[in-house]
Design a protein around this ligand. Structure first.
Ligand code: GRF
Length: 203
């Protein structure tokens, strides 16, 4: 997993991974922020974790850093690269190496409200329903194929903070459940549509 922030999604995913019968494990946690909460959660769960310096740019990894991230993930033999609040755009070589295997969660119902503070964008726009989206990462920002979405109603009297909090609760359910479906091979990418398939063989 890669993250830059507090790590609530990692905590939910690591907790799910502990449950009997969970089809996935967290192989490694990397962060571009040395004191990020996600590294602290990883330590608490006993998961291998490491700060990997992002290099000289603010919004992306430089070439050397990109190589370091790729090497660390390859070494851990990951099937999927799971992003949770990783604040750097991944492009080019990284997405080629892990083609259709990089997954992200975004705090709105994409394609509405891509980018930063999506919950605030939704509140300011006045929508009645928002939520979270788990999607594959492509070259764009929040534009990749949608794997799963979970709705969250916008309540009268919501503030950006209360809405954000409920979306994050929804993320903590939706992300582990979606990763389990991916790990069980229940999701197939057809064009830009993700289709649920029967792992026993039917489609
Ligand atoms: C999540 O709310 C996610 O929607 C966004 O970044 C946030 C990360 O939070 N992409 P956390 O670090 O998992 O608590």
């Amino acid at each position: 997993m890669l993250g830059s922030g507090k790590g609530s999604n990692l905590a939910a995913i690591a907790e799910a991974a502990r449950q009997p019968g969970c089809p996935f494990e967290v192989a490694r946690v990397l962060s571009d922020v040395a004191d990020a909460g996600i590294l602290e959660h990883a330590r608490r769960f006993g998961l291998p974790h490491r700060f990997v310096a992002p290099g000289k740019f603010r919004t992306k990894l430089d070439d050397e850093a990109e190589r370091a991230y790729i090497a660390a993930l390859r070494e851990a033999r990951v099937d999927y690269v799971v992003l949770a609040g990783f604040m750097r755009i991944l492009k080019g070589e990284f997405l080629r190496v892990f083609e259709n295997r990089v997954v992200n969660i975004h705090p709105s119902l994409l394609p509405s409200f891509p980018g930063l503070e999506a919950w605030k964008q939704a509140l300011d726009y006045g929508v009645k329903v928002t939520g979270c989206t788990v999607h594959f990462v492509d070259q764009g920002v929040d534009t990749g194929p949608i794997i799963a979405q979970q709705t969250v109603p916008v309540l009268d009297g919501d503030t950006a903070a209360t809405l954000h909090q409920r979306i994050q609760l929804s993320e903590r359910e939706c992300y582990p459940a979606t990763l389990a479906a991916l790990a069980r091979g229940e999701i197939q990418l057809r064009g830009r549509s993700c289709v649920r398939t029967d792992p026993a063989g039917g489609a």
